[in-house]
Design a protein around this ligand. Structure first.
Ligand code: NDP
Length: 474
């Protein structure tokens, strides 16, 4: 495939204008190794320009009404819909996501989220009364949106949609591996009536731009999604400056099957969730917890499902798993699997052998079992297509086992009795739980307990992260 010229960029966006920069970074297609795009490598000087533009734009944008913000977000939804096909193609090319996943989980969901914030901007009052006080819900200021490579457009939408709805202005810092979708997003922004400087874009290195953004005195909120290690650095710097940091970090979420669950449904659904986006999903259910007496049955069903998943060309509609995003990520996942095998785990499906005919950063859909309790493969995030199966003795043990990680982002409970499942869900120390495969709800707050993060994204609660209150007594 010849890379579209539109994906070969050398510009940053500040104050509504594309400005060329002399240094760029290539974007690789993880399925083929081809160069499919290029992005500017912004500098610390660019951070100052972009933040100044965002501050200047904030004076007027921060005074807009909810209806005006809503109308602008609706225009953005339309502009994104107009370029849906290109956004899908770019997601496939830079992330390696299979086309069906790119369509549904990356692009359509991202557009749906912007739309949800158009509704929230319209319907959420900016003034409320309590007793003799008028409570003013005000924009927090300039938001630095630092996003990862696993769902570049979705992560961006969750941050920018909420920030704009709240009347904030933004500086976007996409992952260096996946900047193309963010460029296309900004193209869409420029087609709307959103004023210049409300959205600014700085592609480039996180180690250069991240600290400069986080420590900039005029950045009021840092909204970060990525690794716990970098999240800690962001949180530390933000704490020092007493500014807000919303941190969406990793996960090691458990899918708990109660004894009466329908295993024929729950096990394959858990495998599919673990492998979504080649397992590069922070909320993936990467642990399958089953009663001891149904362990063998669960391992058999899980390996059957994993073996049936098609690993291959992300442009092919029959593909379930594309490549991992990078050579580095592939090595990291293979090392985690090898480590578990050395410590005694059994490979029920997949494993670390290369896949004949596939030269990209591919890893087989892997199921590990017979693992010692507390083994790192059951507690640490792998961020690849790897599911572990674990046995529990009784429901108290299931809850203890599910909670026995430093993370707490998502989870699932399966039972013939939804109320019994809800009782278990209420004991899981985690931000989201789906019962019996219930649908993702983009209006429900999303975020983590423990090392999975601070704050919430999505819905009204996500919007609140970008607002400040002024209480006026009169
Ligand atoms: P990082 O946390 O390094 O990257 C996330 C974003 O932060 C990128 O935009 C990155 O920039 C930027 N960044 C890097 N350093 C800093 C810094 N000092 N200050 C501010 N921002 C910074 O994740 P990786 O890409 O290295 O992935 C490593 C692991 O993180 C994965 O294996 C996975 O376990 C986890 N992860 C979790 C995600 C989630 O959704 N919770 C998403 C992605 C990864 P740059 O473009 O230079 O990378």
């Amino acid at each position: 495939m010849t890379a579209p010229q539109n994906w070969m960029r050398d510009t940053v966006l500040t104050g509504g204008r594309w400005e060329p920069r002399s240094t760029t970074t290539d974007v690789e297609n993880p399925a083929t190794g081809e160069i499919v795009g290029r992005a500017a490598s912004a500098t610390v000087a660019d951070v100052n320009l972009a933040v100044a533009a965002a501050v200047a734009a904030g004076t007027d944008w921060g005074r807009t009404t909810g209806k005006q913000r809503s109308a602008a977000l609706e225009e953005l939804v339309a502009a994104l819909r107009d370029r849906r096909d290109e956004l899908v193609a770019a997601t496939i090319a830079e992330v390696g996501a299979p086309i069906t996943v790119a369509e549904e989980a990356h692009v359509d969901l991202a557009i749906e989220i912007i739309e949800s914030f158009a509704v929230i901007a319209r319907d959420t009052p900016l003034r409320e009364r309590t007793g003799n006080s008028v409570l003013l819900r005000r924009p927090a200021g300039v938001v630095a949106c630092i996003t990862p490579w696993n769902y570049p457009l979705y992560q961006l939408a969750a941050k920018v949609g909420a920030a704009l709805a709240a009347g904030c202005t933004t500086v976007l810092k996409p992952a260096e591996l996946t900047p193309i979708t963010t460029y296309l997003f900004c193209d869409a922004v420029l087609e709307t009536s959103l004023p210049a400087g409300v959205v600014n874009l700085l592609p480039g290195s996180g180690t250069v731009l991240g600290p400069a953004l986080t420590e900039h005195p005029d950045v009021a909120v840092v909204s970060f999604t990525g690794s716990t290690m970098v999240g800690r650095q962001v949180g530390r710097s933000a704490g020092e400056l007493i500014k807000r940091a919303c941190l969406e970090l990793g996960g090691k979420s458990a899918s708990v099957l109660l004894a009466d669950a329908d295993f024929e449904v729950a096990v394959p659904a858990t495998v599919d969730a673990a492998m979504l986006n080649s397992g590069q999903t922070c909320s993936a259910w990467t642990r399958l917890l089953v009663p001891q007496e149904r362990y063998d049955e669960a391992v058999t069903l899980a390996s059957k499902r994993a073996d049936a998943l098609v690993v291959g060309d992300p442009n092919d509609r029959s593909t379930d798993l594309g490549p991992l995003v990078s050579h580095k990520q592939r090595l990291s996942v293979l090392a985690a699997v090898d480590g578990a095998i050395e410590r005694g785990a059994r490979v029920a499906a997949g494993g670390t052998d290369p896949i004949p005919g596939l030269d990209g950063h591919y890893v087989r859909a892997t199921v590990l079992c017979d693992i010692k309790r507390g083994d790192p493969v059951t507690t640490e995030e792998i961020f690849g297509p790897v599911l572990v199966v674990e046995a529990y003795r009784d429901e108290d043990d299931a809850v203890a086992l599910a909670n026995a990680t430093d993370y707490g982002l998502a989870g699932a409970v399966w039972s013939a009795d939804a109320e019994a499942a809800l009782e278990i869900a209420a004991r899981l120390d985690t931000g989201q739980v789906d019962i019996n495969g219930a649908l993702f709800n983009p209006l429900a707050p999303f975020g983590g307990w423990k090392l999975s993060g601070l704050g919430r994204e999505l819905g009204v609660i996500g919007f609140e992260e970008f607002t400040e209150w002024t209480s006026v007594q009169m």
